[in-house]
Design a protein around this ligand. Structure first.
Ligand code: AMP
Ligand code: ZN
Length: 104
């Protein structure tokens, strides 16, 4: 957690283009966007990957999808993709759960 890049962004120890924040969640722009809009919807709770989520995280995970929907609407995206990369073999680089929202 101490050295987790996304935890550092959450603690404002590392810079990021933060576009939304509430008590449980932070949303910032991906530094290497794969689409015109590429946001990372990130719970503030340090959970390494979807493999480690627990029943208590049910509501938190649901809220990520609802926030993605709201952000997509705000950006006037008519269609978009939502993606969790899970585990190194699944393409996950940052070991802190985040939902990718991409759209053009
Ligand atoms: P993943 O492969 O699902 O772990 O995705 C990690 C994402 O984080 C990649 O799309 C990176 O471009 C992005 N990323 C890495 N470092 C930063 C950073 N400092 N600020 C914003 N996005 C980042
Ligand atoms: Zn973290």
């Amino acid at each position: 957690m101490m050295n987790c890049l996304f935890c550092k962004i959450i603690r404002k120890e590392n810079p990021a283009d933060i576009i939304f924040e509430n008590a449980e969640t932070i949303i910032f722009k991906d530094i290497n966007p794969k689409a015109r809009i590429h946001l990372l919807i990130t719970p503030k709770k340090h959970i390494p990957s979807i493999k480690e989520v627990e029943d208590v995280d049910r509501e938190l995970l649901g809220s990520l999808i609802l926030l993605a929907r709201d952000m997509a609407k705000k950006e006037n995206l008519r269609g978009y993709k939502l993606l969790f990369n899970v585990g190194q073999e699944g393409g996950q680089i940052i070991d802190h759960v985040h939902l990718h929202l991409t759209g053009n």
